[in-house]
Design a protein around this ligand. Structure first.
Ligand code: HEM
Length: 270
């Protein structure tokens, strides 16, 4: 009788932190090594169920081009600034009232009476400026390093949308304290928007949400400022970072310029 093929033995699922195939020194990538080094405990438990370590270490240990320098940290710095804005914004929202009669009072109460209120408000206010400065510096870095060229054009376009959305955050946030400065700044910004070609008047009407800047405007700006635009920014940052990891970062231009010379030398020697 012909022999039936022997099935491969079933493998028992690995325990958190268990090492298989002699993990150390077997030539595995640093990412794989780090994933195995996660050990037991909570991290191991989560990793076994999600495989998150493989993804995270793959991302954090990915290879970057030679010549990568401090300018490459500007994108992460922008991300950090956005995270600080999101966290401080949640605390501000706990005390803020979006109404023309109560907005200013709620902000002064937060500033003067709430523990750390002034500090958190200051972080949010200055953080907005810091984020805008960082986003421009990051944009400058990608431009001068030629990182907008093929195949990264889409990431550049996503970046431009992120820049516009960040500026919209600044505009809509400025009205919220509803003091004289923020009121008149919004009136002026709205008039400038209305003077724009074709869509200008419609956009200004949409933002004002009524015949005058007032109660409806503040509610609309609040919804845009804390729900609509942050949601869009989070989704677009996700897409932006996905493309950064997928495509890798661009080498500094001076290294690219040096490459043909090296290649030429090698050919001469060879
Ligand atoms: C919320 C705003 C933004 C965040 C959080 C962000 C984050 C990042 C991070 C972390 C990187 C990888 C590291 C680096 O190169 O710095 C990156 C790369 C990149 N970003 Fe942004 N970015 C933002 C806005 C922008 C803007 C406004 C532009 C341009 C209009 C842009 C264009 C790019 C491009 C083209 C790359 C690829 C760089 C390369 O291949 O070397 N980003 N971004």
């Amino acid at each position: 009788m012909p022999k039936l093929p022997v099935p491969a033995p079933l493998r028992r699922p690995g325990k958190p932190g268990e090492r298989r195939n002699g993990s150390n020194g077997d030539g595995a990538s640093p990412a794989a090594e780090a994933a195995k080094d996660i050990g037991g405990g909570v991290a191991g438990w989560v990793d076994e169920r999600t495989g998150a370590t493989g993804f995270l270490t793959g991302m954090l240990y990915r290879k970057v081009p030679k010549g990568t320098n401090w300018f490459y940290t500007l994108g992460s710095a922008t991300l950090f600034a956005f995270t600080v804005q999101a966290i401080t914004g949640v605390f501000l929202a706990m005390y803020y009232t979006p109404s023309p009669t109560e907005a200013y009072e709620s902000v002064t109460h937060l500033t003067n009476d709430v523990w750390m209120g002034e500090f958190v408000r200051g972080m949010h206010k200055w953080g907005a400026t810091v984020m805008i400065v960082l986003i421009f510096l990051h944009m400058g870095r990608t431009f001068f390093f030629g990182a907008y060229k093929y195949p990264r054009e889409l990431n550049w376009v996503i970046g431009v949308v992120l820049l516009i959305l960040t500026l919209v955050m600044g505009l809509t946030g400025y009205l919220l304290p509803f003091d004289q400065r923020s009121y008149w700044a919004t009136v002026v910004a709205n008039n400038i928007t209305a003077s724009g070609p074709v869509v200008g008047p419609y956009l200004a009407d949409f933002l004002r949400a009524g015949p005058e800047v007032g109660a409806t405007t503040i509610q609309r700006f609040y919804a845009i400022h804390m729900l609509l635009v942050p949601g869009l920014i989070v989704a677009l940052i996700g897409a932006h970072l996905y493309l950064v990891v997928k495509l890798g970062t661009t080498a500094p231009p001076w290294l690219k310029a040096a490459r043909p010379k090296t290649a030429a030398k090698k050919t001469e020697v060879g």
